[in-house]
Design a protein around this ligand. Structure first.
Ligand code: ZN
Ligand code: ZN
Length: 469
């Protein structure tokens, strides 16, 4: 009886699984996704760091000083380059200029990647730096010291409500033109005309870290930075595309080992110039000792030279770094960018019109004010030594006339300064003040005249003026 009552009053509940649920590890900072990961437009680590700081409503300096630097265990990031005993903050003082290394191949980039991956629990932040090529790239000519940006990219992203960031490709020194807008990158804020470090106390992608103004500008075909000569544009398009392909390649392929460069150079020599190193050195416009060093792994190829070699022998940079086999083309000499950055072909001498040049020189001999010979040569687009060789009398006359004019000008300037100083001295004396050099300098309009010179002669012989320092 008792048991039947019990069975009526008791409810039956669903069974519970008491096995504890595994909770994924929590990250200390947001697991912010990098922009453009896996593409050639991936963002750089300094850009990621400033966006990560902003996501936590912090400045990069506070994020670095309070969270990242203590984990890195490097005093210099905590002090920001300040003298011991002074109150220096992270990224303060002159340390901002070293921030470029955060995006580079070295130990600084490695420290930042380790700490940021640990705090965000991401494992892909190495692709935001040049670490994938740390064994093959030398630091020389690799990183751009200060920030560079395409104002049109910023403007376009803002108009389309996209996230503003800085691609890794902008940190390469060889990249000077935006691939998408075919305009030159900017290196100075167009409001305060200052250069900016890659990471400063208050860096925000798209904004100046000195004056906080927006760095984007509209697309204008008449803007002076839009005018890029065809050959330079062709070269820059090739550089930009090659680096983007290389950035994409790094996400799928293992990092190239140190021996890779020597092997690839040997392959180029074998196929582009029948294994003859001298001929290859000549083809790329470099000394044979330099090429020998590269071929035998004694020295590393700076990236500017590497890009020019690849362009010269028509091999893609990604093939050079990653492919086991590639076929460089044997290239005949023709005027393209050589490894040294200058054209290797000799220019055809321009015809020399003696009569016209002489007439131009005679006219310039009467010009007022007279030109120096350097200016004359520039105006005629002829080498100064060439002019002296063919028209010695005329050139000497032009030079002497200019020298005389300079002497007259100097004397005039000197007399004016003497007058000013005497006037200032007597003013001070009449007020009962001793006319020291500093007091006199403060009164006259151009105090720098006190230590200046014109054509190597001191402007003011102070001993003559009896003024003490
Ligand atoms: Zn752009
Ligand atoms: Zn500014």
């Amino acid at each position: 009886m008792v048991s039947s009552v019990k069975s009526k009053t008791l409810n039956t509940y669903e069974s519970w699984n008491l096995v504890s649920v595994s909770i994924p590890a929590r990250s200390r900072l947001y697991n912010l996704e990098p922009m453009g990961i896996g593409t050639g437009s991936v963002e750089c680590l300094t850009s990621y760091t400033s966006r990560l700081a902003a996501a936590h409503c912090l400045s990069p300096a506070v994020l670095l000083g309070r969270t990242l630097a203590p984990l890195m265990g490097k005093k210099y990031w905590l002090q920001g380059g300040a003298r011991p005993g002074t109150r220096g903050s992270a990224l303060g003082n002159s340390f901002g200029v070293h921030a470029k290394a955060v995006n580079g191949t070295g130990i600084i980039a490695k420290d930042w990647i380790t700490v940021l991956e640990c705090l965000t629990l991401r494992n892909d932040l190495g692709f935001l730096t040049m670490r994938p090529w740390s064994k093959v790239f030398t630091q020389r000519n690799l990183l751009r010291s200060m920030r560079a940006w395409c104002p049109s990219c910023y403007e376009e992203w803002r108009e389309n409500d996209q996230i503003i960031y800085e691609p890794l490709s902008w940190t390469f020194r060889e990249v000077e033109v935006c691939l998408h807008h075919r305009r030159r990158l900017r290196f100075q804020c167009h409001h305060c005309v200052r250069k900016l470090p890659w990471l400063a106390r208050c860096t925000r992608p798209g904004y100046c870290s000195k004056c906080s103004q927006w760095l984007g500008t509209g697309f204008s075909e008449h803007s002076p930075d839009m005018v890029i000569p065809d050959d330079e544009l062709e070269w820059q398009m090739w550089v930009g595309k090659s680096l983007e392909e290389m950035i994409v390649g790094a996400t799928h392929l293992p990092s190239p080992p140190k021996e890779r460069m020597a092997k690839a150079v040997s392959l180029c020599i074998a196929q582009a110039s029948e294994g003859i190193m001298n001929r290859f050195a000549c083809l790329i416009g470099k000394r044979k000792n330099t090429v020998w060093g590269w071929q035998h792994g004694k020295t590393q190829i700076p990236i500017n030279d590497l890009l020019r070699i690849c362009y010269r022998v028509r091999v893609s940079l990604v093939d050079f770094l990653y492919s086991e086999f590639f076929i460089p083309r044997e290239v005949e000499f023709f005027p393209i960018v050589s490894v040294s950055g200058v054209t290797t072909t000799r220019r055809t001498p321009r015809p020399f019109d003696r009569e016209t040049t002489e007439l131009a020189l005679r006219t310039m001999l009467k010009d007022q004010p007279p030109f120096p010979m350097k200016e004359v040569a520039t105006r005629l687009n002829v080498d100064k030594r060439f002019l002296y060789k063919h028209f010695p009398v005329l050139c000497k006359a032009i030079s002497a006339r200019n020298a005389k004019h300079q002497d007259v000008y100097y004397e005039k300037l000197r007399r004016q300064y003497e007058k000013d100083i005497k006037h200032a001295t007597s003013r001070l004396r009449s007020s009962g003040i001793y006319p020291s050099r500093r007091r006199v300098a403060a009164l006259i309009s151009k105090p720098e005249g006190l230590r200046g010179s014109v054509r190597g002669k001191p402007l003011l012989p102070l001993s003559d003026l009896h003024i003490a320092a």
